[in-house]
Design a protein around this ligand. Structure first.
Ligand SMILES: *Cc1c(COP(=O)(O)O)cnc(C)c1O
Length: 344
């Protein structure tokens, strides 16, 4: 009785957990550099804002207007163009619900974030995988696509897309261009301004730079008409009041987020150089590094049993011998480097 589309859908495989690795190898110290989480956590203002929360028995608001106003101010677009969702993943699902009919072409440059392919398959889309260049910038587009996905900075390769190229895509395609900017805060080379185009949707999240991954809150910038229709497909009450209060408090403390980003960006440079001793390392505009090693499976295993979890990308479409390493705190990165020294 299950829809036949689901037989084609791969399961989303998350990074391994610290608990799992501790148990498997009997380790006391395990460092996880596999899910692009922010090692500095949320702002103290977030903890303060939630300290006295007691309304667990009350439904959240249908439309968190104050949060949408604050996001509008943060991204520089009108509040009527801002929608929110249960994480950027939740936003993405709502966007697929809005636009993708069975048989529509969804264009996805690979390698990239696997959830796009999962959603496209759930909705019975025809997927057109787009080629990338040597430096992983997208190399082509498909004018017929109902939905084109651009992830910039791209997960897992860390590169940003060229602004003028994406503008050309936006002006050439018949359909919608969804720009996933989950890592926008870690780069200056943003594409956010393209949300001025009627057929562009820019997605963002509080999960990465703001350190709120567990609370499931993301948002998108889209034209006013789309934003109104979005409210029809968005499941009611999908964002908790806790998430709303936390996101507002996080926006009250941009300084804290900026400081964390600055530390991560500094560590990113240090780690990029240090990893160059062992791997082919690609430059990154996000909070992770993409590296290639001929024996990537073995490297991941050897790291794991020494208590370092990184992301083996062997199941990522279009990746060969790739590993994604989240930039941690200095001491976490040192733990990784020490393990690598031992292995090599
Ligand atoms: C982490 C991530 C997401 C999902 O973010 P949530 O807001 O936690 O759902 C979406 N897109 C990309 C590229 C990501 O890396």
């Amino acid at each position: 009785m299950i829809r036949k589309e689901l037989s084609e859908v791969p399961e989303y495989v998350p990074g391994k957990s610290v608990e799992e690795i501790k148990r498997t190898y009997g380790l006391e110290k395990v460092v996880k550099l596999a899910s692009n989480e922010n090692p500095y956590g949320a702002s103290p203002k977030v903890f303060e804002a939630l300290k006295n929360f007691r309304d667990f028995h009350v439904y959240p608001p249908k439309d968190p207007i104050e949060l949408r106003e604050r996001i509008a101010e943060y991204v520089g677009f009108p509040e009527k163009m801002i929608v929110v969702g249960a994480g950027l993943d939740g936003v993405l699902e709502n966007v697929f619900k809005m636009f993708v009919n069975k048989g529509d072409v969804v264009a996805i440059p690979i390698p990239t974030f696997p959830y796009y392919e999962i959603l496209a398959k759930i909705y019975g889309a025809k997927i057109k995988f787009l080629r990338r260049k040597e430096n992983f910038e997208t190399a082509e587009f498909d004018e017929r696509a109902k939905l084109t996905i651009i992830c910039s900075p791209n997960n897992p390769t860390g590169n940003v897309e060229n602004f003028e190229f994406v503008r050309e895509v936006v002006e050439s395609v018949k359909g919608i261009v969804f720009i996933d900017e989950a890592y926008a805060e870690f780069t200056e080379k943003r594409l956010t301004k393209l949300a001025e185009y009627e057929n562009v949707i820019v997605g963002r999240t509080f999960s990465k730079a703001f350190g709120l991954a567990n609370l499931r809150i993301g948002y998108a910038i889209m034209n006013e008409n789309f934003a109104r229709e979005y409210m029809k497909v968005c499941p009611p009450f999908s964002i908790s009041t806790i998430a709303i209060l936390a996101a507002i408090a996080a926006l009250d403390d941009i300084e804290y987020m900026n400081k964390a980003v600055k530390k991560i960006v500094a560590e990113r440079s240090r780690l990029e150089k240090a990893l160059g001793k062992y791997f082919r390392v690609y430059p990154s505009e996000a909070n992770f590094l993409y590296v290639e090693a001929e024996n990537s499976d073995e490297v991941c295993y050897e790291l794991e049993r020494r208590g370092v979890i990184v992301r083996n990308l062997k199941n990522f479409r279009g990746v060969k011998n790739g590993i994604r390493i989240t930039v941690g705190k200095p001491e976490e990165n040192n733990f990784l480097l020490k393990a690598l020294e031992e292995i090599f």
